[in-house]
Design a protein around this ligand. Structure first.
Ligand SMILES: [Zn+2]
Length: 483
């Protein structure tokens, strides 16, 4: 949850589509396309605004310029140089990269943290550029249209109970459909070509695949599921892709593509936030704490919780109840927020009204709503604190409501101020680029330049095998510090 939340939900553009046939710029083949280039750019731009609002950009203009420059140079030499190519780093710790139609490309700071050179960055950006130049999204959109998968989205009130949170909400879902394996291979091919075109050593892409694989394995061992949302999940297996990189590299004349640029890259990363940023709120044993907004709220024991940029959510173990906290935007007070809420079609107010919660002025009202998933019942609470209105919705399918009512009330009543300096002053981890003065193992490095993360994780982000691996004198190495 960011301090400045924008509640505006994206209304998916209902594209008025004219069927036509267009030439694919990469293959030169004619293919059925229902989306014109102007429509493609328009949809991409609207989605890019939405992504920027929902996830937020990393607030470092020098870093943003750096990524834009590298991506822009690659794209200018591609088959579609005239698109409004835009490259941005979003404030998300999960490694990911994605391309929206029209040339809007995003990568997360989690992805940047995994990589160690400009050549790796160029390979990843090149891959995403490839999805756009080969019109993979456009093809999918056309297919989706043909299959009458609408762009329309569900109610603004209720996220699907089984699919809480994550980026792939509402209209954006369409943009995160998995690409086919063939499309991924083609994007890999194009990305390799674009990177080599700028004389980057595109063999470095293999390191990215290896790092993603290690993150995935580590996370799967820890939590049983992969943390990588779309970048990896939809791609061909890593060993196959690494082999392909090596096969392509063999065709590049020796000495023609040798740029790696490790120091330039790592110096850019210096000071970047690493991992979750606790300033944006964090969970501690079921308690959500927000240092900047100075509040806490207790979620029920055993619930699956998520801290998303625009909402904090919890789902019951059986996935049949949800508690969702958001900031109500552009409202004067709690009454105003409540009035807006009940103006939504199909939402009915039950008992409730003005009250106070832990000293804060509030409006608490029972409600029922007709949704695509049936009748839901819940309690809505709007609470005024420091000039903001916090909305907490707790709801379940109508028939399950009575069983959750007590649990809901406990969470709603737990909203309170935070005064603990340990919480208010908490700082995020940051990457520091260190030049190793003499050869030493990673373990020795970690003793001399201590990091706040486990050494196994430090090994992964530095792309070395483990604690015993020797770092050569003069090597640039990432340290993670809380300063
Ligand atoms: Zn891809």
């Amino acid at each position: 949850m960011m301090a400045s939340l924008r509640g505006r939900r994206w209304c998916a553009a209902v594209l008025v589509l004219a069927a036509g046939c267009a030439t694919n710029p990469v293959t030169g083949r004619r293919q059925i396309s229902l989306v014109s280039q102007a429509q493609e750019v328009q949809l991409g731009q609207q989605s890019a605004v939405q992504v920027t609002q929902e996830i937020g950009l990393v607030p470092d203009s020098a870093l943003q310029r750096y990524v834009q420059n590298i991506g822009g140079t690659l794209a200018a030499a591609s088959e579609r140089p005239a698109l409004p190519w835009t490259f941005r780093v979003v404030d998300d710790p999960t490694p990911n990269a994605f391309a929206l139609p029209g040339g809007y490309i995003f990568l997360t700071r989690g992805m940047l943290a995994l990589m160690n050179s400009e050549a790796e960055l160029a390979s990843v950006l090149g891959h995403e550029i490839g999805h756009v130049t080969a019109k993979h999204q456009v093809t999918m959109m056309s297919r989706a249209q043909l299959a009458q998968i609408g762009l329309g989205l569900g109610s603004i009130l209720v996220p699907r109970l089984q699919n809480l949170g994550g980026l792939a909400s509402g209209g954006l879902q369409l943009l995160f459909l998995s690409y086919s394996r063939d499309a991924e291979r083609q994007a890999d091919d194009l990305g390799f070509r674009y990177a080599v075109g700028q004389r980057y050593d595109a063999r470095e892409m293999a390191r990215v695949f290896q790092s993603l694989q290690r993150v995935s394995e580590t996370e799967r061992a820890r939590s049983g599921r992969s943390p990588l949302p779309s970048y990896l999940a939809s791609h061909p297996g890593e060993p196959e892709r690494i082999a392909s990189v090596q096969r392509r590299a063999a065709t590049v004349p020796a000495g023609t593509a040798t740029r790696v640029e490790t120091a330039a890259y790592l110096n850019r990363l210096n000071g970047m936030v690493y991992g979750e940023n606790p300033r944006q709120g964090y969970f501690q044993q079921g308690v959500f704490l927000h240092p900047d907004l100075r509040f806490s709220i207790v979620f029920p024991t055993g619930w699956r919780t998520q801290n998303l940029p625009q909402a904090v959510t919890g789902a019951s173990p059986r996935q049949d109840a949800v508690i969702q906290l958001t900031l109500a935007e552009q409202v004067r007070n709690a009454d105003d927020a409540a009035r807006r809420f009940f103006q939504q079609q199909g939402v009915q107010a039950g008992q409730g009204g003005r009250t106070t919660v832990n000293g804060f002025p509030a409006v608490v009202v029972y409600f029922q709503a007709q949704t695509q998933q049936g009748i839901i019942a819940g309690i809505a609470q709007w609470l005024e604190k420091d000039g903001q209105v916090y909305q907490v919705l707790a709801y379940s399918p109508g028939q399950a409501f009575r069983q959750y009512e007590g649990t809901f009330r406990q969470t709603l009543n737990s909203f309170t101020s935070v005064t603990d300096p340990a919480v208010l002053n908490i700082r995020p981890n940051r990457i520091r680029a260190v030049r190793v003065p003499q050869a030493m193992t990673l373990a020795q490095f970690n003793t001399r330049y201590p990091s706040t993360i486990p050494i196994e994780e430090l090994a992964i982000i530095n792309q070395v095998a483990g604690a015993g691996t020797t770092l050569p004198a003069g090597a640039m190495v990432k340290q993670v510090v809380r300063e």
